[in-house]
Write a protein that binds this ligand. Structure first.
Ligand SMILES: [Fe+2]
Ligand SMILES: [Fe+2]
Length: 363
């Protein structure tokens, strides 16, 4: 161990001079080269009991104006940054009967997971995609989109976007459309008719966009898949966990964000693991707990949980009768494509072992 250097007024003066010229010595910054990721974002939960009254009150307090009526979930560890985890933002949005959220487009990519209400729509590039609880709806980067509710009931959904990532890349672009809504140019749910057939892809469509061309992943199909797989062993870390797939490439639905759904069967508890990349979970149904870096979050339907990169986590369904289903977004595609995805699990004896990695060797 090196001894503390002796105080030296001359050296202090040198440092002042260096800083006033906007220079820092690497010897001052060495502690920022951490041996492993040390996110500023913390593990945090917004229980539905807290989200629901606030989102409902927002309907009385705030009109749908230029912007959406969407509550952005700020991670308490990020000092007021517009972010739920380092790279992801989650929000809860309300659209009342008769309302329209005006058309715009932006480089951040968005997904919606429908929480409550039925029959409202998100229009994406001239196609109305109708919403049912549990549906996943995509809004790829730079696609025009507006939301409309022509039903007589409010609709609530979770938004998931890569805004913090796009902001840190200084690649933010945003535009309003010239009118409140983009004219409808395609039939409702057209992308589902075209691309929504598992393993059957239309041969005449030559364009393979980076984001999935399938805009609607219906809850009915998701639920059927989970049920069909019920008897499988599943993942030791995530239970019956399915990734939503780009129908033409088999890859994640968006270049920067992947979406997953996982079923924990009654009483099921997963084994702990950790990996680079962050996630935000939304509880679709059931009750249980997620332990993140030793902190226990007891959840039920509607709750939203932020999980930072490299945090050790495990999930449990605490009901002995009902399934629990968690939907989640994550930034894994970014880490994988940059060769920065690393996952490890914990063995019975308290050791660690690599599960998968896009590193060339153990970090
Ligand atoms: Fe938007
Ligand atoms: Fe995980």
């Amino acid at each position: 161990m090196s001894a503390e250097p002796k105080p030296s007024p001359a050296r202090d003066k040198f440092h002042e001079r260096m800083h006033s010229s906007h220079m820092y010595g690497l010897w001052e910054l060495a502690s920022q080269m951490t041996p492993n990721p040390q996110p500023k974002a913390i593990a945090y939960m917004w229980p539905w009991s807290e989200l629901e009254p606030i989102i409902k009150a927002s309907g009385e307090m705030v009109p749908v104006g230029e912007e959406r009526r969407a509550l952005q979930l700020f991670n308490p560890g990020l000092g007021g940054r517009w972010a739920t985890t380092n790279n992801l933002i989650a929000a809860v949005q309300l659209l009342l009967p008769g309302e329209v959220a005006r058309a715009h487009r932006h480089t951040p990519t968005a997904i919606r997971l429908i929480i409550e209400g039925s029959g409202a729509y998100t229009a994406v590039d001239g196609e109305r995609v109708y919403m049912e609880p549990g549906d996943l709806i995509l809004t790829p980067s730079w696609s025009w989109h507006d939301h409309g509710n022509e039903t007589d009931k409010p609709i609530i959904w979770m938004d998931g976007l890569d805004i913090p990532l796009i902001a840190s890349l200084d690649a933010m672009f945003f535009q309003f459309y010239s009118q409140a809504q983009v004219p409808t140019t395609r039939p409702a749910n057209a992308s589902k008719q075209l691309h929504g057939h598992t393993h059957l892809t239309p041969t005449w469509v030559k364009e393979k966009p980076r984001a999935s061309p399938l805009l609607l992943y219906s809850w009915q199909q998701t639920r059927e898949a989970l049920d069909t797989l019920r008897a499988q062993e599943g993942s030791p870390h995530d239970g019956i966990c399915l990734e939503y797939q780009h129908p033409q490439t088999g890859g994640p639905v968006m270049p920067t964000m992947s979406c997953k759904v996982q079923m924990l069967r009654p009483g099921e508890r997963t084994r702990a693991h950790r990996h680079t990349g962050s996630a935000v979970y939304h509880i679709v149904q059931g009750e249980g707990e997620t332990i993140i870096d030793g902190q226990r979050f007891s959840w039920n339907k509607g709750s939203i949980i932020a999980q930072p990169s490299w945090a050790v986590h495990e999930h449990a369904n605490t009901s002995t009768k009902e399934d629990a289903v968690l939907f989640s977004i994550n930034d894994t595609p970014v880490l994988e494509s940059l060769g920065l995805y690393y996952e490890e699990e914990f063995t019975e004896g308290g050791g660690r072992q690599q599960v998968t990695s896009t590193f060339s060797s153990h970090p």
